[in-house]
Design a protein around this ligand. Structure first.
Ligand code: ADP
Ligand code: ZN
Ligand code: ZN
Length: 836
């Protein structure tokens, strides 16, 4: 804890200044004066607490020190430095700056995203007794409640939040105000570090009993007190202090010492009598000592060849793409490469999409790399994130497996970055800024470290594939599944024909039902994929066509049967399902379409013997929800797993012989230039969950357009054809990789103003960027979210344009210019570079 307000203005003649990076959306550094007392301590990369504006206190990072006072304002003092060593390295600064420049945001925003909030500070209002106050001598009257609070405050300050818990939020404000007026209490701000180390209570022998003779005397005294005696005996058994006296220093965890047979009160007596003593130590939140089990997998011939090729390609490429079909052993290859890099003494970062990371793979890697491996993902608490961050700084973690935000971690000696499932769109941050793409940042990061990047995927992004074809990236392929496993057979369930033949039951084709039946009979497992959660994505009135819409967003509400409610998936708004149509009073209100909940219900109906599990956002909200479902499936307790795209990613099960895919049509016909690519990737990835071992795999795709050329390409596993078609298409319409896109979205609560701002910006851009293609302005597919109307513009910049940076600067200028005008001042403008 750092007290700040009394430290102000104590020194006036320090001549050292520091440039600080602050977590605010203002694109500049801020100059502060370094108090004399900190002149010796200050280092680039340390965190500093500073005053900002009138009342705010912020955590910044020192970028440089110098002796030039700012010209146009009086620099404020740094209050305190938080670290003894730098928390942010020079390489990280460079990377942060690159992200800010490239993705058009401020370096403060980057830093805000980068530092786990446990490393930032919060300030808390505190309440204490006024030292000059004396209850006996004051003329004021005090209520019972006030007296109670004053009593509580004797000898300790309390947090405002603790007091509101004590008294209830409604009362606390007026009560404190009254006490301040009566000069009984003082309110002040205290800055706290949010990170709280975990401590463990330990026990050891006191100094006095460390020598053999005193111990002997002790046992003589304890002879009549067998309960105490057994505790001391147990201690000596666990901690051999006589042969290794120094071990007493560390003692033993109280929990570990005390088994069920020992008496807590006797222990307390021993402590009271000065035989044993208690002390606290800081312990890691991650297990300390599971030893890795070094079973090394022999790479197959095919895999070995791929590895040799990758290493060779690194000689003249910084980045190499490994395109390996699902189940070909990419992960085994990564493990091999990671081990080599670690043995060479460098750090390794292994990036995975969010959801793939939370389970199987971590267990697989832990077995090999033990606890020297750090894990970084969003289900971790702040405290845990801080420990991973610090663990890299202090050398405990040389290898981190993490999600996109792991690119911010303070590595200083990276040798290898692996981006697994590099095509996955969860590598792109959407909201808030910085809207970065972790794969692309990883390549810049690798350059700064002189490290190599290995991109892996069965279905690379079209952009990545193109760079590999062009020879910009190295390119290595793994065409065969490992061992006996074959790629699954894909078949189409023609829904049009089945409808005529009346073989469809509910949402299921006869073909899929028959296949599920057969798989279950053979005790094989089934995965059903449908990319919509909830029961049905829409509800309508059969008589007048009324559809319930969100009150805040321009979307229809999804019906969730489990919660018995209509829910908006964009803002969380909820309402009950009406009994009567509000426009025509009809009671014929029907659900339209189907989500995972409905499929789960139908599966249970069709296969009452089978155990069906659902995996989607709604069933995996808790920290372990995802893991539990996966574990049950892995152990074979679940026969059918139905889920959203969570079931498509990176899972490796032994007994899945069938995958069913719903709604391929919707994926294919989605109006976006990437829809074919997405459909191709999703269908191929989820198919890849089938038949990964000896059992042959089958995939049934339900579709109403069985002749669609994309489905044919997927059915035949003709990857090359898919990419060539896509590239031809993108070239013709000048989409990435043949251009770069910047998406500009304008937001305002007034539709008219939003439209006017969009038009005004369009005109500004047309003048400022002659010759650049600007599409729009137009309404995006969802034109209102959380009561903000949206308009968007799309800027297309030819690939390889040397003017990219100049164009971006011109864009930023136009936006500043727009926002300076009175009528547009309250419009929010969001820039998204390389949107996905
Ligand atoms: P991918 O990451 O390409 O989908 P994996 O690395 O998960 O493939 O491999 C698929 C399965 O085959 C895994 O269970 C893996 O342990 C196993 N496997 C792959 N290569 C080998 C090998 N050389 N020896 C033994 N098992 C292997
Ligand atoms: Zn109606
Ligand atoms: Zn909504």
């Amino acid at each position: 804890m750092v007290e700040i307000f009394d430290q102000l203005d104590t020194e006036t003649n320090s001549t050292l200044f520091a440039e600080l990076l602050l977590p605010v959306p203002i694109p500049k550094l801020f100059t502060y004066r370094v108090p004399q007392s900190l002149n010796e301590k200050i280092m680039v990369g340390q965190r500093a607490i500073v005053p900002f504006g009138d009342r705010k206190i912020l955590t910044g990072v020192v970028v440089s020190t110098h002796s030039n006072p700012p010209k146009d304002y009086e620099a404020k003092y740094i209050f305190e430095l938080l670290d003894d060593f730098p928390s942010v390295s020079e390489i990280q600064f460079k990377l942060f700056q690159w992200i800010a420049d490239y993705y058009l945001c401020t370096i403060g925003e980057v830093m805000n995203a980068a530092l786990p909030s446990g490393l930032k500070l919060s300030s808390e209002s505190m309440v204490q007794l006024n030292p000059a106050f004396n209850l006996e001598e004051t003329d004021y009257d005090f209520s019972e409640k006030e007296r109670m609070l004053l009593k509580r405050l004797e000898g300790e300050s309390l947090e405002y939040s603790a007091i509101s818990k004590l008294l209830g939020v409604k009362q606390v404000y007026s009560l404190l105000k009254s006490l301040v007026r009566k000069e009984a209490i003082i309110l002040y701000e205290e800055v706290k570090e949010k990170y709280k180390p975990r401590t463990e209570r330990r026990i050891r022998l006191t100094e006095a009993y460390l020598a053999a003779p005193t111990l002997e005397t002790l046992f003589e005294t304890l002879a009549a007190k067998p309960k105490q005696e057994s505790i001391v005996l147990k201690y000596l058994q666990d901690v051999p202090v006589l042969s290794h006296a120094e071990q007493n220093k560390h003692g033993i965890a109280r929990k570990q010492l005390m088994d069920d047979t020992l008496s807590e009160s006797s222990l307390n007596t021993l402590i009271k009598n000065g035989v044993l003593e208690e002390f606290d130590v800081i312990v890691s939140r991650f297990e300390e000592e599971t030893l890795p089990d070094y079973h090394i997998i022999q790479l197959s011939e095919e895999q070995h060849r791929a590895q040799v090729e990758i290493l060779a390609s690194f000689k003249d490429h910084n980045t190499t793409l490994l395109q390996g079909v699902t189940g070909s052993g990419k992960t085994e290859l990564y493990i091999n490469m990671i081990r080599q890099a670690l043995e060479g003494g460098s750090q390794v970062l292994y990036l995975l999409p969010e959801i793939a990371l939370t389970t199987q793979i971590v267990q697989r890697l832990k077995k090999i790399f033990g606890t020297s491996m750090g894990v970084y993902h969003s289900k971790f608490s702040d405290n845990e994130r801080v420990e991973v961050w610090n663990g890299i700084l202090n050398g405990r973690f040389k290898f981190v497996v993490g999600v996109r935000s792991a690119i911010f971690l303070p590595f200083d000696n990276l040798g290898l970055i692996i981006v697994d499932e590099e095509h996955d769109s969860s590598y792109k941050q959407q909201e808030p800024a910085p809207r970065y793409h972790a794969r692309d940042v990883a390549m810049v990061m690798a350059q700064l470290h002189h490290a190599k990047v290995l991109l892996g995927s069965a279905t690379p992004a079209v952009e990545t594939y193109y760079q590999a074809l062009q020879g910009k990236y190295g390119y290595v392929k793994l065409d065969k599944r490992f061992g006996e496993a074959q790629l699954p057979t894909l078949v189409l369930a023609d829904m049009g024909r089945e409808r005529k033949q009346k073989t469809i039951k509910g949402e299921f084709s006869g073909l899929l039902l028959k296949n599920i039946d057969e798989a279950l009979a053979k005790k094989e497992q089934v995965i059903i994929f449908q990319n919509r959660r909830g029961y049905s994505p829409m509800v309508n009135c059969e008589d007048c066509g009324w559809v319930p819409k969100c009150v805040n967003c321009a979307v229809s509400l999804t019906y969730h049967q489990y919660r018995h409610a209509l829910v908006c998936h964009y803002c969380g708004y909820r309402e009950a399902l009406p009994q009567h149509c509000p426009t025509c009073s009809s009671t014929r209100i029907k659900t339209v379409g189907y989500g995972t909940e409905k499929l789960e219900e139908e599966l249970k109906f069709h296969f009452p013997e089978a155990h069906v599990q659902r995996m989607d956002l709604d069933t995996t909200r808790s920290k372990t929800g995802y893991e539990t479902i996966i574990d049950q499936f892995e152990r074979g307790e679940t026969n059918i797993l139905v889920g959203t795209q969570m079931v498509t990613k990176g899972l490796d099960f032994d007994h899945v012989s069938l995958v069913g895919i719903f709604n391929a049509d919707r994926m294919i016909h989605f109006p976006d230039f990437r829809s074919y690519e997405r459909a191709f990737q999703l269908i191929t990835q989820v198919s890849g969950r089938a038949g990964r071992r000896a059992v042959a795999g089958k995939v049934v795709i339900q579709t109403s357009s069985p002749d669609h050329p994309l489905l044919e390409t997927i059915l035949k596993h003709s990857f090359e054809k898919f990419y060539n078609d896509q590239l031809a298409d993108r070239r013709m319409h000048s989409y990435p990789p043949f251009s770069r896109l910047i998406d500009v979205t304008l937001k305002h609560s007034d539709k008219k103003i939003c439209q006017a701002s969009a038009t005004a910006l369009f005109e500004l851009l047309r003048t400022a960027l002659p010759g650049t293609k600007i599409l729009g302005p137009g309404e995006p597919m969802i034109s209102k979210i959380r009561n903000q109307f949206l308009m968007s513009l799309l800027i297309k910049i030819p690939r390889g344009s040397s003017e990219l940076a100049v164009l971006k600067q011109a864009l930023v200028k136009c936006i500043y210019q727009l926002l300076k005008e009175k009528e547009h001042r309250n419009t929010r403008v969001v820039m998204d570079v390389d949107p996905v």
